[in-house]
Design a protein. Sequence first.
Length: 111
Amino acid sequence: MDDAAREARIARNESRFREINEQLEADLRRLPGDPEMVSFVCECGNRACADLVQMTFEEYEGVRSNSHTFVVVPGHEMPEVEEVVQRTVRFHVVAKVERTQRIVETTDPRP
Ligand SMILES: [Zn+2]
């Protein structure tokens, strides 16, 4: 597989996890009370990854407000397609490098 195809595949995987988290957030928001920490799925490019990241809604919204950024378990970032823009002990926030941005933009569930 060439690099472009590989990058596209990684970007699509990450977009898929983002959709799962969007749904998760919507479901949890309907529950009474606001849980302090929520488990979101890692949005890294590895399709087999099922790890969870603990975040507050506020933190997740901060990541989601930019369609180029994703949340991953620290160490799950893929330096060839993304760069870490925020590091915490619980999660890292990664931003797509320019050439894969178009894919993640067109798959963003939020218009
Ligand atoms: Zn992961």
